[in-house]
Design a protein around this ligand. Structure first.
Ligand code: PAF
Length: 281
C-alpha cells in the first residue's frame, strides 16, 4: 500500500494503474467497520487486476457547524492500518491546504434533492460534499466509487451529480453496517456518553417497527408520527426529523407502490446521529 499526501504524489502513484478498474472509496477518516465493509466491497469490485484507492480527508467545506468539525475524531495511523488490512492499494491523505486553493471561488450546488431531510437542516453541507467528491473524481479518475447507504441522501445527490455532469464513474451503494445491538456504525458514535450509547440502538428498533407498520398498510403520516413519538421518548434524545420519502427523489411519497425510505436524524447532546430504512409495499 502506498500513501500520497499531495496531488502530484497521487497522480504519479495512479499513473501505472490507469487502464484497469480503479475503485475509489472517499472517507473522512476515523475509519470503523462500516468503512472496512466499503473498502472490502471496493476490493471485490476491483478484482485482482484492478486497484482500490481510499481518500482520508476531513473536508472542512462540508461542515455547517464549527464545533462538529473541531470534535470530529481523527485517527490517521489506525486509518492507514485498516486500509492496509482491507487491501487498499493507494491512500490519499491531503491536508485542507493541499486540497483547496485559498482563493477558491467555484461552488457546486445540487438544488433539488438537497432541499430536504439533512440538506434542509445543514445549509451548505451537500454543496461541500459535491465539491470535494467532484475534486476527488477529477484527481483519481476512478471507474467506480463506493458510498455507504447510511448517508442515503448523500448517495442520491452524488448519483445525480454524476448523471447531470456526465462524470464517467459508476457509483455503488453499500448496505448499512450495524453494531450487534442495531446502532448504525458512525465515526460520531465515539462521542456518545455511555448512557447515550446505551439508548441509541432504540433508533434502529424504531425504524424496524415503522417498516412493519408501513408495509402492512399504515398511512405514511401516521408511521412518521408514531416513530417520532417513540424516538422522543428515548432519554436524552432530541429528534431533528423523521420523514418517509420517495427513495429516488427524496420528496413526498405520492405513489405508495414506489420504493421509499424512512430517514431520521436524532441529537444526543451535540452528537447528531442519522439512520434510515428502505421500505416497500
Ligand atoms: O460520507 C463521508 O464520509 C463524506 O461526506 C465524504 C463522501 C467522504 C465526502 O467528504
Amino acid at each position: 500500500m502506498q500513501t500520497a499526501r499531495t496531488k502530484d504524489e497521487l497522480r504519479s502513484l495512479l499513473a501505472p494503474l490507469r487502464g484497469g478498474r480503479v475503485v475509489l472509496v472517499p472517507t473522512m477518516g476515523a475509519l470503523h467497520a462500516g468503512h472496512a465493509s466499503l473498502l472490502r466491497q471496493a476490493r471485490e469490485l476491483a478484482g485482482p487486476k484492478g486497484s482500490v484507492v481510499a481518500s482520508v480527508f476531513l473536508n472542512p467545506v462540508q461542515f455547517d457547524n464549527a464545533g462538529d468539525l473541531q470534535t470530529y475524531p481523527q485517527t490517521p495511523e489506525d486509518d492507514l492500518a485498516l486500509c492496509r488490512e482491507c487491501g487498499v492499494d493507494v491512500v490519499f491523505m491531503p491536508t485542507p491546504e493541499v486540497m483547496y486553493c485559498p482563493d477558491r471561488s467555484i461552488s457546486l450546488e445540487e438544488t433539488y434533492l438537497s432541499g430536504v431531510l439533512c440538506g434542509a437542516r445543514r445549509p451548505g453541507h451537500f454543496a461541500g460534499v459535491c465539491l470535494v467528491v467532484n475534486k476527488l473524481f477529477n484527481l483519481v479518475q476512478p471507474t467506480d466509487a463506493v458510498f455507504g447507504k447510511k448517508d442515503y441522501q448523500q448517495l442520491a445527490i452524488l448519483r445525480r451529480m454524476v448523471r447531470d455532469l456526465d462524470i464517467p464513474v459508476v457509483l455503488h451503494g453499500a448496505e448499512i453496517v450495524r453494531e450487534a445491538d442495531g446502532l448504525a456504525l458512525s465515526s460520531r458514535n465515539t462521542r456518545l456518553t455511555p448512557e447515550q450509547r446505551a439508548e441509541a440502538p432504540r433508533i434502529h428498533r424504531t425504524l424496524m417497527l415503522a417498516k412493519v407498520d408501513y408495509e402492512s398498510g399504515t398511512d405514511p403520516a401516521d408511521v412518521c408520527r408514531m416513530a417520532e413519538t417513540q424516538l422522543s421518548a428515548i432519554p436524552g434524545a432530541n429528534v431533528d426529523y423523521v420523514e418517509l420519502v420517495d427513495a429516488e427523489n427524496l420528496h413526498e411519497l405520492t405513489d405508495l407502490k414506489r420504493p421509499a425510505v424512512l430517514a431520521v436524524a436524532v441529537y444526543f447532546g451535540t452528537v447528531r446521529l442519522i439512520d434510515n430504512i428502505e421500505v416497500q409495499r
